[in-house]
Design a protein around this ligand. Sequence first.
Ligand code: PGA
Length: 258
Amino acid sequence: MRVSLIAGNWKMNTTVAEAVTLVSEMRLGLDEIDNVDKVLCPPFISLAAVRELIKGSSIKLGAQNLYFEEQGAYTGEISPLMLADLCQFVIIGHSERRQYFNETGKIINKKVQAALRVGLKPILCIGESLKENEAGKTGEVVTEQLRSSLAGINELDGLIVAYEPVWAIGTGRAATGKQANETIGLIRHNITELYDKEIARDLRILYGGSVTSANAAEFISQPEIDGALVGGASLKAKEFLSIVTQTSAMRGHFSHID
Ligand code: PGA
């Protein structure tokens, strides 16, 4: 059975002091929930402080990006080795990185490889734009993104995929549970084709895009969806806690595995 995972992507929000306050507000509540993986992804500069705060708890830590080289003259970049020391997860290929920082499939592929090499668990984001969605190209786009991101990778150890339709990110316009479930089912089918049935069965695939405490249950209750990557709502302790609590409560009611 796949363990549900709720990850909070804080994006470029919070100073170190604000990050500390936010974690302090949700630490106890999150720690009490033991049947869901909870991952906080603060900005790089807050990783060390948050790490200290969650020490000894069941909360896990992730970064929002990395550079694929291990060290050297790459001013301003953060390497997989640096992160492996601090956290367990790393978001890769977020649509904001693709869109604003020109990250291509090739770059994302290198980043996924670099993360896996040092034992970090990549949360690989894929998803179609509004234009692609309206043209009926969702399946085609996510299939291409998945295949290019995973090119040449034989072991998916710890990899997590997040399906995030670009039109649903930060817009308040989430996909429906049914839509997301369908696309995530297709992603899983692709993993079966690229790898095998067992790997596809065990791979955790999240939905992301305007998830809040009000709509989380719609996604979590879908058989293909193993959790959520939460942006805006992860910056409010109560909201994030509610999403995790609802996920935890639903875990007892169904099994993802057929
Ligand atoms: P959102 O962001 O929840 O604010 O839409 C999700 C994400 O970008 O990961």
